[in-house]
Design a protein around this ligand. Structure first.
Ligand code: XMP
Length: 430
């Protein structure tokens, strides 16, 4: 890491990430570390220019106030303490400083350079990955989501043919999604890509299963099984690439967060298939991951892709999945996305999709009675997916989408719009 760094020590603040983002926004790289970091650990971080002790409401743990280790105060780095009454250092503030005060600290007191940008980040990571991996191979599960796509592009730049990507099509992808992964990574970027069409296998396992949790479990464990089978066919793989990003690491706020998450992601891979992890995005926030993807030349559609659940359309084809209803979800979702794009809503609405319930209603087509399925449209906005509000979609846009779904999607005679915020509803239906 050649870029200058300001270290934020978490002394109970709820605003560590706000501060880290503020510093990065000013062009100076910043990382959050636990308050009990040792001087040795601090010195092992490269290019530290200063330290911010970031205190706050969670400063008391088990009845006693927390503080940094005594010797840290004497280790010579410029320090700023915010809302940390126990601090013994030069600059003490009660609240987050304004931009001018923060600039003075990082650029005058710490003499940091504003050299945090995506070009430098990519150059650093390319070098670090090459150093870590040597001439060995890295295996990567490439779902086509933002994080795995950006990791793939970065690793490709770093180690080219030593990267082996596996894309598992579980048959629950959106329309043309697997095709676009193959087009971008195999045809355009010439990555080593193994495409596994496991659609039939997943649908067979899911046949007749209506319970949402059971469906999720089957999809998750079958995914690991398919990935594992592919991994066993390959020789000389020593590393597993992962799209772990910074919020994954800091969310739990503990030193062990990285371990837990990585472990969790590797999921049920058996003991004899344990790989060392390569996680080049683990210092990036989501918007930085996107900027990194653009800098690496990935298409905008891939980089700004809306969130899509791991179990895919499986949780939007409600109840026991059938092929005709799954196709109805896929086709109606494609129409919705196309019309949202035409109406300029695709980048402003946070998430939008369709679901198809497992019951039918009476209708009329070509003067004859029909008994068919309905499509429910959902479009929501949120900051963090914990709560959500419903997008007030223009009536004409809704009407156009409805008419197209009714005309173009088989087995459907009714379209509804979901008006429910979260809570009490969740964003997905299952
Ligand atoms: P809910 O339905 O819990 O969804 O309000 C919140 C957000 O999480 C997404 N979601 C998932 N994402 N794997 C994922 O990666 C999953 O299993 C999963 N389930 C829900 C959902 O699309 C929404 O953005």
């Amino acid at each position: 890491m050649k870029q200058d760094m300001i270290v934020i020590l978490d002394l109970g603040s709820t605003e560590n990430t706000v501060l880290a983002r503020q510093l990065r926004h000013m062009g100076v790289y910043s990382e959050i570390h636990p308050h009990d970091i040792t001087v040795e650990e601090l010195k092992a971080l490269e290019n530290v220019k200063g330290i911010i002790l970031n205190g706050g409401e969670n400063r008391v743990v088990d009845g006693s106030p927390i503080d940094v280790k005594e010797e840290l105060y004497a280790c010579g780095y410029p320090m700023l303490s915010i809302d940390h009454p126990g601090a013994k250092c030069e600059k003490q503030l009660d609240a987050l400083p304004d931009e001018a005060a923060m600039r003075e600290f990082i650029f005058t007191d710490c003499q940091a350079q504003a050299n945090w940008n995506m070009k430098n980040f990519i150059a650093d990571q390319v070098e670090l990955v090459r150093r870590q991996v040597g001439d060995k191979k890295v295996l990567l599960a490439l779902s086509g989501g933002v994080d795995s796509s950006v990791v793939a592009a970065l690793l490709l730049k770093a180690i080219g043919p030593q990267l082996v990507c596996v894309h598992v099509n579980h048959g629950l992808m959106r329309k043309n999604e697997s095709e676009s992964v193959v087009e971008v990574f195999q045809n355009q970027l010439h990555a080593n890509l193994i495409y596994v069409d496991a659609s039939e296998r997943f649908l067979d396992k899911l046949a007749g299963v209506a319970d949402p949790e059971q469906k999720r479990k089957i999809i998750g464990s079958e995914f690991i099984r398919v990935f594992e089978e592919e991994a066993r066919k390959l020789d000389g793989i020593e590393f597993l690439g992962q799209g772990t990003i910074y919020p994954d690491i800091i969310e739990s706020g503990t030193k062990t967060a990285k371990m837990v998450k990585s472990h969790h992601n590797v999921g049920g891979l058996p003991e004899d298939l344990q790989f060392a992890l390569v996680e080049p995005l683990k210092q990036l926030f989501k918007d930085e991951v996107r900027a990194c993807g653009l800098e690496l030349g990935l298409p905008e559609g891939m980089v700004y892709r809306q969130p899509f659940p791991g179990p895919g359309l499986g949780v939007r084809c409600l109840g026991a999945i059938t092929r005709d209803r799954l196709e109805a979800v896929r086709e109606s979702d494609a129409i919705l996305r196309e019309e949202f794009q035409k109406a300029g809503l695709d980048q402003s609405v946070w998430q939008y999709f369709t679901v198809v319930p497992d019951f039918r209603s009476v209708g009329m087509k070509n003067h004859a009675r029909v008994f068919e399925y309905m499509v429910i449209i959902r479009a929501i906005n949120t900051i963090d997916a914990m709560t959500a509000t419903v997008e007030k979609v223009d009536w004409d846009v809704l009407e156009k989408i409805t008419n197209r779904i009714l005309a173009e999607v088989e087995h459907v005679n009714r379209v509804c719009y979901d008006m429910s915020p979260k809570p009490p509803a969740t964003i997905e239906f299952e």
